[in-house]
Ligand binder design. Sequence first.
Ligand SMILES: [Ca+2]
Ligand SMILES: [Ca+2]
Length: 220
Amino acid sequence: MQQDLLKTHVDECSLGLHDCSPQQVCINTVGSFICECNQANLTSINNKCVVDNGGINMYCYLMDSVQICECEKGFEIKSSSNSLQICEDIDECKSNPCPANSICKNLNGSFTCECLAGFIGSRATDHFECLDLDECSSSCLNTCDAEYGLCINQPGSYECQCKQGLYGNGRQNGCFDINECLSNQTKCHSNSKCLNTIGSYECRCEDGFYNTGMDCEEIN
Ligand SMILES: [Ca+2]
Ligand SMILES: [Ca+2]
């Protein structure tokens, strides 16, 4: 009982038995104490005095009665000429921090690098990089005709071509056979018939002729 009575009379503030920060003042209460910021426009957050200056993204605190304001990471002081200091987002993209084949996107308080179309992000090495996507490695990644087309990988893209002897754009169902037999470009012997095939043509000796390997000769 006597101890409890004694406690109510202890002035923790004057005896230094408080844990208020230097930016705060200790106010003795009955049985305890409170820490309050020593300026009217300051409020105590996490034992730190933060000024309500409208300057979002800023910490202000008092150090030896001097107000120190610091911007949070990703922000910088816009103007310190007047009493109202404002922390503005740093546009990190101005210093080109992103790797090749990516674009920088500035964000509030940070930034991000986004790979361009046709490239994929990789953290295989100690830094982020955007590597070419090999669209030809899987039929799911390209629209080249699987049967008659050819996929040619290129940095950031790919190309489709038709296999030899076919024409078209190489995309799905986009390759067409050239009927060489309809043109006069075939080198079939006069005693042979032109036979169109997908992507090529054959010369077949007419009935009564045999293939010598060079041309067709009459069977005796
Ligand atoms: Ca930013
Ligand atoms: Ca590619």
